[in-house]
Design a protein around this ligand. Structure first.
Ligand code: SAH
Length: 283
């Protein structure tokens, strides 16, 4: 393991995030990514096919993997549904792109340009390989960059998003950068886990989720206030908490479980945590 800091990490914390994602090698994401070259680092939504669990042992695990991937893909598709009327000449910005699954979903759907940024050099190289394999490399580019300070061109983007990546950054800094990059009338979309203000502070399960990923999930009210302060007017809000439960129940039963499944389920069920899609327009 190298001790060299990621070149664009601006703080010690960001160096640690970069390192986490450089060396994160959870079998679950790698295995699911192998299915069709769309490698997601986010969770899934929708009903599971219970028949997956009724197979003989060897086939059961394969079927569970396919199901988890299908639900993660459904989550990425839902995000893409909210990006607006994107055309092939448009540019989109994927903030905290991981292995690039979301950028490639957008490219496949719209044929548009996408810039994805991650702090992790390993992720950027891997995402670039996936883009090459899918014939997307001319239009989809991955960068090692801080999403708070990307160096990308101002007002050049028709849409932008964070898919489970806002919990690593300060929201005002993040939304200021999206507002700078987006054209007027452009669309911002987030899918994220948020603390439910009605519960109070972070529950034990949410605190364990923060510890597990080295992140700091935001409160729902803070999210909306920060959007409003940064010229992002909320257009759509969907509470996906219930839709997220079947994915976690299925994942709990897989050999690929990472140990955080119980905490997601209890945080969603005790209503301390909400899984939400939020779409806003740049005004
Ligand atoms: N959006 C992806 C990956 C989510 S995992 C997906 O849906 O699959 C979180 C990602 O956020 C990781 O790729 C991590 O490198 C990235 N990240 C965290 N802080 C960041 C920052 N300041 N700048 C850029 N990327 C960041």
């Amino acid at each position: 393991m190298s001790d060299k800091p990621a070149p664009t990490a601006h703080t010690k914390y960001q160096e640690s995030v970069a390192k986490y994602w450089d060396y994160e090698n959870n079998k679950i994401n790698v295995k699911l990514g192998e299915i069709d070259g769309l490698h997601h680092h986010h969770y899934g939504i929708g009903e599971t096919d219970v028949a997956a669990l009724e197979r003989p042992d060897e086939m059961r695990e394969e079927k569970i993997k396919a199901e988890l991937h299908r639900l993660e893909q459904a989550q990425a598709d839902l995000l893409a549904d909210h990006l607006g009327p994107v055309v092939a000449d448009d540019r989109l910005f994927d903030a905290g792109c991981g292995h690039g699954g979301g950028s490639l979903v957008a490219f496949q759907r719209f044929g548009c340009h996408v810039d994805g940024v991650t702090l992790s050099t390993v992720q950027k190289d891997c995402a670039t390989q996936y883009a090459e394999q899918q014939g997307a490399a001319l239009k989809v580019t991955f960068h090692v960059a801080d999403m708070l300070n990307t160096g990308l061109k101002s007002q050049a983007y028709a849409a932008s998003w964070n898919n489970e990546s806002d919990m690593y950054v300060n929201l005002d800094d993040l939304f200021a950068e999206h507002a700078r990059l987006l054209q007027r009338g452009g669309r911002y979309v987030a899918i994220t886990g948020l603390i439910n203000d009605v519960y109070g502070m972070a529950s034990r399960s949410v605190s364990r989720i923060n510890w597990h990923y080295g992140c700091d999930v935001h409160k729902r009210a803070d999210y909306f206030k920060a959007l409003a302060r940064n010229r992002l007017a909320v257009a759509t809000v969907i509470d996906l908490t219930q839709a997220a439960l079947p994915y976690w129940r299925l994942r709990q039963q897989s050999h690929l479980a990472t140990g955080i499944e119980d905490d997601f389920l209890s945080a969603y069920q005790d209503s301390s945590f909400q899984y939400m899609l939020i779409a806003a327009d740049r005004i």
